[in-house]
Design a protein around this ligand. Structure first.
Ligand code: CMC
Length: 431
């Protein structure tokens, strides 16, 4: 980055401090406050990080006002139309689109790592038989560091590369195994003749007793879901991965931390919560009751699948996902089941309602992805694992970017302490 030419001035008690203004390739300038504490003896306060850039990155750019999402500069709409998930993985990991030879090599490397060590099967069997697949995934991905000692040295670029490929390759296998385990079916080994998305469908839906043929339209829709979820700059789970990694933790542990964070209903868990909400609403005539609850300040209820911290115009992923939903539902002949009717009417009302319009609350990616995944035959408990396996490439790209940066330091926020001031320890009888 070029040396800053602009500065911002902060005045505290009549004393002024010059702070460099950094100019990004895209987006607003950033005030560099790194030396503020040392020079002015103050911290900044920004819970929720609404005004704070936590790192420098070259991977993903979001313009929330325009509703724009770029992976390495390429608009998500172009990638969704022309690219495919593994190509996007290459782009996110290495910064450029691959040549044909590079693509073949990358696909071969990923394909060769799709199986998990056979002992991982035993590890799975320690979980309760009806465990939520996300609970299983957090545990199994964390445990990978116990199985793959040969890719744990974060200071070795080759170890970092192997760990990245392993995770991109194995996450679909682990997610499918978590699903199979939760429904009591045998694990299905990956089939490397299939493409990435088709292989995932195969591992989820085939059983040894019958032949299973992957529907290419459903595989394409799955590929698109994966692509739309591949990265989203410094969201909660990615920031978790970076923070965990900043201490030097191994990559498998960092991705497990990201999966744990993603599970929350305000983040990746929203796709499951959204479909469950649509089912709970049940019929169109009950929508006003739920809209009323969503507006009530004393009611914690929120319309799941609506709103976003950054997108204040529309979520470009939701736009592509909506088109995909129409395609998949058309293919499967699902035209007007009750959940779909509720979803369509809820979307219509919320887009016109003053509360949602004034607060800029639009349907987000999770509103439509659940509809497609349900139509494909996935139970709601698999929605967030699919988000997790798709986001793995984003997490690992961000982690690699951070670890490869020689100026990287441990992440250590400060606080605004509002607890008790100094006091003396009282004897138990005096309390
Ligand atoms: N339903 C009703 N009201 C809402 C909603 C909602 N879904 N989302 C935000 N609001 C209201 C909120 O009550 C607040 O009102 P007021 O200003 O009167 O206090 C205002 O809008 C701003 O909300 P906020 O909580 O300050 O916004 P945030 O940026 O901290 O939260 C969010 C963003 C996505 C967590 C939130 O919109 C939400 O909880 N949405 C539902 C969960 C969801 O769909 N999450 C998936 C996000 S997209 C996938 C991903 O990348 O993770």
């Amino acid at each position: 980055m070029a040396a800053p030419t602009k500065t911002a001035t902060l005045t505290i008690d009549g004393k002024s401090y010059e702070l460099p203004l950094l100019s990004p390739t895209l987006g607003p300038d950033v005030v560099d406050i790194r030396k503020l504490y040392a020079e002015a003896d103050v911290f900044t306060y920004d819970p929720g990080f609404t005004s704070t850039a936590s790192c420098e990155s070259t991977i993903t750019y979001i313009d929330g006002d325009k509703g724009e999402l770029l992976y390495r500069g390429y608009p998500i709409e172009q990638l969704a139309e022309k690219s495919h998930y593994l190509e996007v993985c290459y782009l996110l990991l290495y910064g450029e689109l691959p040549t044909q030879t590079q693509m073949v090599d990358f696909e071969t490397r990923v394909t060769r790592h799709t199986m998990v060590h056979e002992q991982v099967h035993n590890f799975f069997r320690g979980f309760r038989r009806d465990s939520h697949p996300m609970a299983t995934m957090v545990g199994v991905v964390g445990a990978l560091s116990a199985f793959y000692h040969d890719s744990l040295d974060i200071n070795d670029p080759w170890h970092r590369e192997v760990a990245a490929i392993r995770m991109i390759a194995k996450l679909p296998t682990i997610a499918a195994m978590a699903y199979k385990y939760s429904i009591g079916q045998p694990f299905v080994y990956p089939k490397n003749s299939l493409d990435y998305a088709g292989n995932f469908l195969h591992m989820c839906f085939s059983v040894p007793a019958e032949d299973y043929v992957v529907n290419p339209i459903l595989a394409k829709a799955m590929d698109r879901i994966m692509m739309l979820h591949a990265d989203h700059e410094q969201n909660a789970s990615t920031s978790t991965v970076r923070l965990a990694g900043s201490s030097g933790a191994n990559p498998f542990a960092c991705i497990a931390a990201g999966i744990a964070c993603l599970w929350g209903p305000a983040h990746g868990g929203a796709n499951q919560a959204c479909l469950e909400m649509l089912r709970e609403i049940g019929t169109v005539d009950r929508i006003p009751e739920y809209i009323k609850k969503a507006k009530d300040k004393d009611d914690p209820f929120r319309l799941m699948g609506f709103g976003h911290r950054v997108y204040k115009n529309f979520d470009p992923r939701a736009k592509v996902m909506k088109e995909s939903a129409d395609e998949v539902l058309g293919l499967l002949g699902i035209h007007n089941n009750e959940t779909l009717k509720v979803a369509k009417e809820l979307e219509r009302i919320a887009l016109e309602d003053d509360y949602f319009v004034s607060k800029k609350l639009y349907p987000n990616v999770d509103f439509y992805s659940g509809i497609i995944l349900e139509a494909m035959g996935f139970p709601t408990s698999m929605f967030t694992p699919i988000f997790a396996l798709s986001r793995t490439v984003g997490w690992i790209s961000q982690w690699k970017e951070m670890v490869g940066d020689p100026t990287q330091r441990i992440g250590r926020p400060r606080q605004l302490y509002v607890g008790a001031a100094h006091r003396n320890y009282p004897d138990v009888a005096a309390r």
